[in-house]
Design a protein around this ligand. Structure first.
Ligand SMILES: [Zn+2]
Length: 313
């Protein structure tokens, strides 16, 4: 809520005390906060942790929402208009970035966080037909945009967001630096836990069969090989050649479980499990934060790691 909205809301209650309180409180607590718009659930968490009391973060892409399908509504653009910092996942995730840029009128900082992190290619890639089908849904070429499945990347993103906030409010440098260090040390602890958990699984069993190709960064960091049933986007459909390749791989490598995190094609999953005798593992969180245990980055990551390691053991 910005200062103007706060006054309006208070004015609806015709009580002199409320009005007096509102006009007294705004300069101290509302209007001088940095206004941040976030289009990634991960970046919403980072900005909230690093910015603390000094920022007002609006989460446009809410937990559980598919970022590949998201399109900003006029109400989103209205908030963006008044924001000072716009946080984007990027690596071509936000096809609507032009609309946001237009809404800011060039006044805000658009930070495409993922673009400053190294890119990994998607596993199988797609042929031309696949590309036509997924056009407009996930216009990314061959790179995997899901950079947050690397804890190291999330730590880098934390530093990038910290520096952007400091640039906008240098007086808060000490607070932002301290908050970022605190969050980063929690990520250190998470990374340590992940290494211990993944070590339970021998290297030659670290084979991850997923539905949409979202775990390249996870695989690189934790020593897994990815076999994606679909393409990078949840909108892609697998070819029968691809499905029989996957079946061969699962048989040859004796893969104990597969992880179709969005079952859009249950027939394909049934075919694979019938042909190979492999089981379907718990659903993984591929596209960002969600509800319950996956409402924080640490919880989401621990869920994925535990699900993968325990099902493949
Ligand atoms: Zn995805």
């Amino acid at each position: 809520m910005n200062g103007g909205q706060r006054i309006l809301r208070c004015m609806r209650t015709p009580h002199w005390l409320l009005i007096a309180f509102a006009s007294w409180s705004i300069p101290a607590h509302g209007a001088d906060k940095l206004r941040v718009s976030s289009f990634s659930t991960i970046l919403t968490e980072i900005a909230t942790e690093v910015g603390g009391e000094r920022v007002e973060v609006t989460a446009h892409v809410k937990p559980g929402v598919d970022p590949h399908e998201f399109e900003p509504k006029p109400s989103d653009l209205k908030v963006v208009e008044n924001s000072q910092l716009i946080l984007l996942s990027a690596k071509h995730m936000e096809g609507y970035i032009g609309k946001l840029r237009e809404a800011t009128g060039g006044k805000a900082t658009l930070l495409e966080v993922g673009n400053t992190l190294p890119s990994l290619k998607a596993a199988g890639g797609h042929d031309h037909d696949d590309h036509e089908k997924s056009k407009g849904k996930h216009d990314h070429g061959e790179e995997d945009p899901h950079w947050w499945h690397s804890v190291t990347n999330v730590q880098k993103a934390t530093r990038i967001v910290r520096d952007a906030l400091i640039k906008l409010s240098s007086g808060d440098k000490a607070v932002f630096t301290q908050n970022a260090a605190k969050y980063s040390s929690r990520l250190d602890a998470l990374q340590k836990w992940v290494r211990g958990k993944v070590a339970e699984l021998p290297r030659d069993q670290r084979r991850l069969v997923t539905s949409h190709d979202a775990f390249q960064y996870f695989a690189r960091e934790n020593g897994f090989t990815i076999y994606a049933i679909e393409g990078v986007s949840s909108a892609d459909q697998p070819s029968s050649k691809k499905v029989s390749e996957i079946i061969q791989t699962i048989k040859a490598q004796k893969v104990k479980a597969i992880f179709p995190e969005s079952i859009e094609n249950p027939k394909v999953i049934q075919e694979i499990t019938r042909e190979t005798g492999t089981k379907v593992g718990p659903a993984l969180h591929a596209d960002g934060l969600s509800e319950g245990e996956a409402s924080t980055f640490e919880g989401m990551y621990k869920h994925n790691v535990t699900s993968i390691v325990d099902a493949l053991k």
